[in-house]
Write a protein that binds this ligand. Sequence first.
Ligand code: ZN
Length: 146
Amino acid sequence: MYQPCSHLPPQEVQDAIAMHAVEGYPQEVCGAWSLQEDGSWKVHRWTNTLPPKQAHHRFVADPLEVLSLLKAEDQGSLSLEGFYHSHPDAPPFLSNEDLRQFLHHQRPLYPKQALLVVGVKPQGRITWGIYRWLPSTPLAHDRKPR
Ligand SMILES: [Zn+2]
């Protein structure tokens, strides 16, 4: 399942994503970040294809933009580190809608990448939520006592 984690991307990536989220407010913005071959970080802004009214609380990334990034990773020219989107006027939790987008039959479409959610409030106040996929571990009561 997706678990909250405390490991945010590097500051320059956070700054670029925060700027995107604030510029896009009150619509949801979306994108990804990657590590380039030369060791530099890059933030890729995707287009939220929904009309403005729907885009306040949902996003659908332009599939061609997504595809071109997945292709670049396939070719080894970058390492895709995570996906982000914003929650205007809402806390940075993974919503059921988010899980529907990133899971297929309860399995993650992108198990290696982090999911970053950016809560945005008026005046550009930002809160972060970052989640990583952890394969399910046995529950505590399944373990033998020592
Ligand atoms: Zn969301």
